[in-house]
Write a new protein. Structure first.
Length: 290
């Protein structure tokens, strides 16, 4: 398989050269692409000076994680790569991970996404994500194995999940193109869950390969806008029962944030976006059902 590594970068010039260097040295990565999400620092310049062979895409505005990946994939000639290794800038992969992921995908024709176990960089024996599932009824996601010992999962055979953490995943190019990439309305957080859900609906499997390991340090979590809108968007996309839950959650979250003192005009703006999200996903659900 020909693999393009796509690294989404945002304001970590202290680590990006090391991250890119590891990928350049990996024999199973054919080309490396860095997408600078309007960082406004010298990280992309450092990469260009150190690794002239790396293609750097500088975005004028921050398009979020999914938007950055979509822009880079959109610039690649369609038949050029068989898979996209999608990574955030801080991820560390254990030796041989890319080759293991590639072999599994090459030998399993119905796998659209395959990913490693993800541990915490600050506590390497602690598991952050072994893939995830979506709760019935609410349509909201949760991680498998979070905070367990990562070594307890290594012996498992590859297994299917509903979604994998977007920090490190190998995606079959045809699976990505088939769902038109990430839904950029999510901007940040939950976009990986929605992406994997749509790939599965398109007939592909999403798999975790437990013998493959990666480490990252999760971010601080979504801002107020994303923390309200994105769970609602995700739940609203999961079916009638989950859409009803999404409406209840929307009212509860808006009420909670009014107690916290969010200005009325900002709350009205969020309410408008929530109504739009619920309407959009209701219409999309009807389209899929026909």
């Amino acid at each position: 398989m020909r693999i393009a590594a796509i690294v989404v970068y945002f304001r970590r010039p202290d680590i990006i050269v090391d991250s890119i260097g590891r990928l350049i040295a990996d024999p199973d990565v054919d080309e490396v692409f860095l997408v600078d999400n309007a960082s406004g620092d010298d990280g992309a310049d450092l990469v260009e000076r150190t690794f002239p062979m790396v293609s750097v895409l500088r975005l004028r505005t921050n398009l979020g994680f999914g938007g950055a990946v979509n822009r880079q994939v959109g610039l690649l000639p369609d038949p050029m790569f068989d898979g996209y290794l999608i990574l955030t800038h801080e991820v560390r992969l254990s030796r041989g991970v890319v080759g293991s992921l590639c072999r599994h995908m090459a030998n399993t024709a119905d796998v659209g996404v395959v990913a490693p176990l993800v541990g915490l960089a600050s506590q390497p024996e602690v598991l952050w994500s072994a893939g995830g599932f979506v709760r019935r009824g609410s349509g909201l996601p949760d991680h498998l194995g979070q905070n367990e010992n990562i070594r307890a999962w290594e012996w498992k055979v590859p297994y299917e999940v509903a979604w994998v953490d977007g920090c490190s995943m190998l995606v079959r190019a045809s699976a990505h193109i088939g769902v038109s990439g990430f839904d950029e309305r999510f901007f940040m957080y939950y976009e990986d869950v929605d992406y994997c859900t749509r790939i599965r609906r398109d007939g592909w499997k999403v798999v975790v390969l437990p013998t493959a390991l990666a480490w990252q340090e999760p971010g601080l979590g979504p801002k107020v806008r994303e923390s309200i809108l994105n769970p609602i968007r995700l739940a609203a996309s999961q079916g009638p029962r989950a859409r009803m839950y999404a409406r209840v959650m929307a009212l509860a979250r808006l009420g909670f944030n009014s107690v916290l003192g969010i200005r009325d005009e900002r709350r009205r703006g969020l309410a408008k976006e929530i109504r739009t999200a619920l309407k959009d996903y209701r219409l999309e659900g009807r389209t899929r059902s026909h």
